[in-house]
Design a protein around this ligand. Structure first.
Ligand code: ZN
Length: 412
């Protein structure tokens, strides 16, 4: 296996021998849910599968074991460090990686991956520069259809070591071993392993769809944005600390709630503009149109009560389309068309105030952040957007930005 690490501007490549792989289940953090089955074009997110239950507040060495980060040499911490401080709702942490969280690319059986390895590696160079995350990202890249057993086992061992406690690694590996060939891409982070950074699972079948390698970059962009979203959900901007809600840990809630249409629609929306800025054979306008058509297909023959609000918790297919993705993306596009400033708000600002809002009111934190960020009540937004989705296609197309606008829009 080869690890690339993206820190600052240099890339360190180390080679080690690996065994096998990981698992990713369709669970994603919290709500960012994933679909199963890699074959579909809906990818999914999610990481950590089941990690939630374990590790609450595990103790362990406070000191980092891999501070001067070397990819492939373990994570920054073997277990969660002691909190820096706490209040009546949260424990707060300052991690050694905060000044420059690394992106570590773990590659298994590189000989099967061809020059797609460069493509993936170049993407993370781009991301490090253009959409830097605030937490480390541990990427696991393998050809799940053709890799050997040894590589698969190493992959799962590495992944399980990230998302589970040492005592549960064996169980984690055993749970996932039969899902090879059917795994979906996934990414994100749970509180239980936040100190080690997010996971991002990408399988080589992403690049083997009919649209070719560049089309497959959609999965990578989409999943990367999940690591960005979920990392921010714990970060308190003013304190410059990460906070984990004490009651969530005792209740085994792995990640604060985020509606599926925001999680998935947000990742699809971000992936369109991110891809527009990379040198890819990709037309953001056409991609947005296809999201519109997916959403319209889901609406076909629906009852008048059909609403985006039904996709806060449910990630179901309607007429074969996932409305949380297509409709969720259109909801973002709709907000952008309401106000140019909403573009940056959709990609960055919403997530920046999320932790504070969640602390004040865990039941409605995501909604409070929405209303404050966009200056519209959620109720009104649902009414407006649902009505918009009932308009004729030409009126809907009229709000979609041109390819050039997607390319130039800035979240900085
Ligand atoms: Zn996703």
């Amino acid at each position: 296996m080869i690890n690339f690490i993206f820190k600052n501007t240099f890339i360190l490549i180390s080679i080690s021998i690996f065994l096998s792989c990981s698992k990713e289940e369709d669970t994603s953090p919290g709500n960012i849910k994933s679909t199963t089955n890699t074959g579909s074009n809906q990818n999914t997110t999610s990481p950590a599968s089941n990690s939630s239950s374990e590790s609450n507040g595990d103790t362990g060495p406070t000191n980092p074991i891999n501070e001067d980060f070397k990819c492939g040499n373990g994570f920054y911490y073997s277990s969660r460090p002691e909190p820096t401080n706490e209040d009546n709702t949260h424990r707060y942490y300052e991690y050694v990686w905060q000044s420059d969280p690394a992106i570590c690319l773990n590659i298994y059986e590189e000989s099967l991956l061809g020059n797609r390895v460069n493509k993936v590696s170049d993407f993370f160079d781009w991301a490090k520069l253009n959409m830097p995350n605030i937490i480390p990202v541990n990427v696991f890249y393998i050809d799940q259809e053709n890799a050997g057993d040894q590589s698969k086992l190493q992959h799962d061992t590495d992944f399980c070591t990230l998302v589970r406690n040492p005592d549960d690694i064996g169980e984690c590996i055993a749970e996932s071993k039969d899902s090879w060939g059917e795994r979906s891409h996934g990414a994100g982070v749970y509180a239980s392993y936040l100190h080690k950074g997010a996971d991002l699972m990408i399988y080589d079948d992403a690049f083997k769809h009919s649209g070719g390698v560049d089309e497959g970059m959609y999965y990578l962009n989409h999943e990367y944005f999940h690591t960005f979203q979920t990392g921010h959900m714990y970060y308190f901007e003013e304190k410059k600390q990460f906070g984990i809600r004490i009651k969530d840990e005792s209740d085994n809630i792995p990640l604060p709630f985020l509606p599926i249409w925001i999680g998935e629609g947000g990742a699809d929306f971000a992936s369109i503009t991110m891809m527009a800025k990379q040198n890819l054979n990709f037309d953001p306008y056409k991609q947005a149109l296809s999201k519109l058509d997916q959403a319209r297909a889901a609406l076909q023959g629906s009852s008048p009560s059909f609403s985006l609000r039904n996709f806060e918790n449910e990630n179901i297919r309607v007429n074969d389309e996932y409305y949380a993705y297509g409709g969720g993306t259109m909801a973002h596009i709709y907000l952008w068309h309401l106000n140019e400033n909403n573009f940056k708000k959709l990609i960055v600002d919403y997530y920046r105030i999320f932790a504070e809002k969640y602390k004040l009111n865990p039941q409605s934190g995501w909604k409070d952040a929405f209303e404050e960020t966009f200056g519209i009540t959620l109720e009104n937004f649902y009414l407006e957007f649902d009505a918009f989705m009932r308009k004729d296609r030409d009126s809907q197309i009229a709000i979609i930005k041109s390819a050039e606008e997607w390319e130039k829009a800035s979240w900085n």
